[in-house]
Design a binder for this molecule. Structure first.
Ligand SMILES: [Zn+2]
Length: 599
């Protein structure tokens, strides 16, 4: 009885305090009601007193860490302004993302409808799913910039958020609600930095040092629950803690959305969100989720704690690239692999296979002459977007080489991890480095040779010295390796066409069996071949013995026929191969030991 009375008193006090707070902060109320609409959100904004020149309401053109143009104004409709008595005031849309208030000093309230980004038909610059918004019968995914804008001059002012959603829904977010159910953000930036996942969720939490880690999962058919998912991530979290020494956050939240779409992940200062295909949580699936989580989790180091003024004073109006994307994304990708290697989650062979696939991407899918600096500066342009994926590939390889060079120059005492940890002490969430002088500064902190490295491989795009640098730790890099083994082959190329695996550049033996370019492979050894299992089928071919007789079912001009065929023989060639040298010297082995250790 006593506790109930004191609770009542407390609630009364808090209610009394609310009006003064409301005068200071912009207060958003968002209606999320799938019974009314599963496509759009109704938003109401109660404003503090505005000055005459505070007449622009701005929606985000982009958001931190996305490196893409979003133009959220495209999703807005029924934008209206009202005075204190509820009388409509004139508004005018100035551009995609800006609305003008005719009488800002009289404007008391703004209301608008904003459509979810997931299911809205738009032609270009589609918003990444994990950076967008979705509303369905049993859940919603919300990112701040997809719901709120700000009045000119209010980007760094506090705001309050009230969400009205179905009673039986759970919510996962790095923000905590106050006694009246309002989420308070100290700035627009923080609101954008704080995603929310609502609906039929499962949740789990654990402690990591003195930090609390929470995980929320929405899984369409309940296949992936929070508890086993977090269990699978434990070892990675421990490895991350060892790598980082001291976690720079007190509370961290993972938000998972499992349905029929696979889109990736978006990092935030105190959380990250993931949009992943729903399928059983096999060890492979768990490993891939954990690997992505390791990457996102490492972002608490950079850009959160190490970033330039371009990230610090984020420009929501005009997307502006930073030359140091190599650090934010490349180094993060390197670190997520490295902490798994050093933490025993990844074997050396698995790590080297990762390196190999990154070199393959750089050579086969990206422009090797496009420097990482240029990629960062142009990340928002269509040209830069074409190369963007390479920041995770060549960006990570470059960080790996920088680490090796630092270890060599310091005699195995100080690698990239140690330099990054020094940078976290020097800078912080509210202390940016200088975009212009960072390369010089990094050189001064380390060695003149590092200045040369940064110039050649980050500011410019010289071919990466993979063989030389990995050689320092007794790892042999070979661009084209003939293993001497023989593999079975069908002796043809394939391409996807009309949803089917289609023959192309058919070799002579297969031609002699009656197959020509444009025919489709319908079944192999009696098993149907689809684009989904094509890689497995081709793997099955490779694993067979040359000369073995197999049955192919092919479709030619809509007629199907079965063909008996003897598999051909080809030399096994491995590209971009990294292998430990069998005769590594003691010096190489000593440096390798340092390389595989958190020093
Ligand atoms: Zn990232």
């Amino acid at each position: 009885m006593k506790s109930l009375v004191s609770l009542g008193l407390l609630a009364g006090l808090l209610t009394a305090a609310a009006p003064t707070q409301a005068q200071k902060a912009m207060t958003y109320t968002v209606d999320i009601d799938p019974a009314v609409s599963t496509n759009e959100f109704r938003v109401k904004l109660e404003l503090p007193k505005l000055k005459k020149d505070q007449n622009i309401y701005q929606f985000a053109a982009t958001a931190p860490g996305t490196y893409q143009v979003m133009d959220i104004g495209r999703f807005v409709s029924k934008f209206e302004a009202f005075d204190k008595k509820g009388k409509p005031l004139e508004v005018k849309q100035l551009s995609t993302n800006q609305w003008q208030l005719a009488k800002p000093d009289k404007t008391h309230e703004i209301r608008y409808t904003i459509a979810e980004t997931w299911d809205s038909p738009i032609k270009e610059h589609r918003v990444y799913l994990m950076c967008g918004s979705s509303l369905e019968q049993d859940h919603a995914l919300l990112n701040g910039q997809c719901l709120y804008g700000y009045v000119k001059g209010f980007q760094d002012k506090p705001l309050r958020i009230k969400l009205n959603y179905p009673k039986d829904w759970k919510i996962g977010t790095p923000l905590t609600a106050d006694a009246q159910g309002y989420y308070n953000a100290k700035s627009y930036d923080q609101a954008v930095d704080s995603p929310m996942l609502l609906g039929r969720l499962t949740e789990a939490s654990t402690k990591l040092g003195d930090a609390e880690v929470a995980l929320y999962s929405y899984s369409k058919t309940d296949l992936i629950k929070a508890e086993p998912l977090l269990q699978n991530m434990q070892q990675m979290l421990q490895a991350a803690q060892k790598f980082l020494v001291q976690l720079p956050v007190k509370r961290y939240t993972f938000l998972y959305h499992f349905e029929d779409r696979n889109a990736g992940a978006w990092e935030h200062s105190y959380s990250s969100e993931y949009v992943v295909n729903e399928s059983p949580l096999t060890p492979e699936k768990a490993a891939s989720i954990t690997s992505t989580a390791a990457h996102e989790f490492f972002h608490v180091v950079t850009p959160l704690n190490i970033h330039s003024e371009i990230i610090e004073h984020f420009n929501f109006v005009q997307p502006t690239g930073s030359e140091h994307l190599w650090l934010y994304e490349g180094t993060t990708e390197w670190a997520s692999d490295m902490m798994q290697l050093r933490g025993g989650l990844m074997s050396l062979d698995e790590y080297l296979a990762q390196m190999s696939s990154k070199v393959a991407y750089d050579h086969l899918q990206a422009d090797t002459t496009y420097s990482l600096s240029k990629l960062g500066l142009n990340s928002f342009s269509d040209e830069g977007q074409k190369q963007y994926g390479n920041i995770y590939q060549r960006g990570a390889l470059t960080a790996a080489l920088l680490d090796l060079r630092l270890l060599e120059l310091s005699g195995g005492k100080r690698g990239l991890r140690e330099v990054v940890l020094e940078l976290t002490k020097k800078y912080g969430p509210n202390k940016p480095f200088s975009e212009k002088t960072f390369f010089q500064e990094l050189t001064q902190m380390t060695y003149p040779e590092i200045g040369d490295f940064l110039k050649r491989y980050i500011q410019n795009a010289e071919p990466l010295p993979l063989a030389e640098y990995f050689g320092k730790v007794g790892i042999q890099y070979t661009p084209v390796l003939h293993t001497g083994r023989k593999l079975a082959t069908l002796g043809t190329g394939f391409m996807p066409r009309d949803g089917q695996l289609t023959f192309t550049q058919v070799g002579a033996p297969l031609k002699a069996s009656g197959i020509s370019d444009g025919d489709q492979l319908v079944a192999y050894q009696g098993n149907a071949v689809t684009l989904n299992n094509a890689m497995q089928t081709l793997g099955q071919v490779k694993a067979s013995k040359p000369g073995q007789e197999v049955e192919l079912t092919i479709r030619h001009d809509s007629a199907e026929k079965k063909i008996r065929y003897h598999l051909q023989e080809q030399d096994e060639v491995k590209r971009y191969s990294f292998t430990p040298m069998p005769n590594a010297t003691p010096a190489q082995l000593a440096l390798r030991k340092a390389w595989m250790t958190n020093l």
